[in-house]
Design a protein around this ligand. Sequence first.
Ligand SMILES: [Fe+2]
Length: 265
Amino acid sequence: METRELDHLKQLFHDYADTFIDPARDDGPYLLKKKHTIRVCQEILGLGQELGLGQEELVLAEAMALLHDIGRFEQFKTYNTFLDLASENHAHLGLRVITKMKMLQGLSTRDKALITGAICFHNAATLPPDRDDKTRFFMKLLRDADKLDIWQVVIDHYLAGSPGNDKFIELGLGDDGGYSREPFQAISQHEFVKSSHIKQLNDFKLMQISWVFDLNFAPTIARVKKRRYIEQLASTLPSCADLDKALDHVFNYMDTHINDTYNPC
Ligand SMILES: [Fe+2]
């Protein structure tokens, strides 16, 4: 994929996103996703460069980031929520938008497959085992870049409060100051917390902490550490012995994997 093809894709993305953005209406959710997309593009480039990708691969990676959440716009317009469980899978919806708008027209079959594959699985619980190394590499890269920005968005929200965004970021979860047992169990096993185990806001925050276990690359872990994402998330949670133990697991895991070399096999 060439830079001029990416530039064209950027124009298509902005034109499409801007059809949902109108300051005269309540366009906060759409703006949130447009800005998130632009930052994920930056994150994926930063990770890609550190991992030694060439120019052509970086262009491809940015294209994936650019379109990964394109389904969010139609999702919110149709269902008034970003909760996939209450609406539909936004990655699949995005792929339909891409097809309908013929956004990838003109790209090679291989590039199209890499882009749609990464988008399709960017929000999946697990990656398909039966794909080639390059496909899985880009899937992993997009998932890591996406998480890096989502962490920043939720931390900004929890720490500073962003009035009006509660419904979109906290997904309407209740908060009685407590925790459920399952998220702590998952973290103690170095597993990420399943959405079915989230019953209240603190569980949701524990799930966000547990994303560390789903990271794929050492440079991503290094960014999480440097930006103090886990410490900042933890600072918004009520302290208790279970939380301390969970954080020990998370920090130990990061320290163990921060120098890992990526092995595509
Ligand atoms: Fe997404």
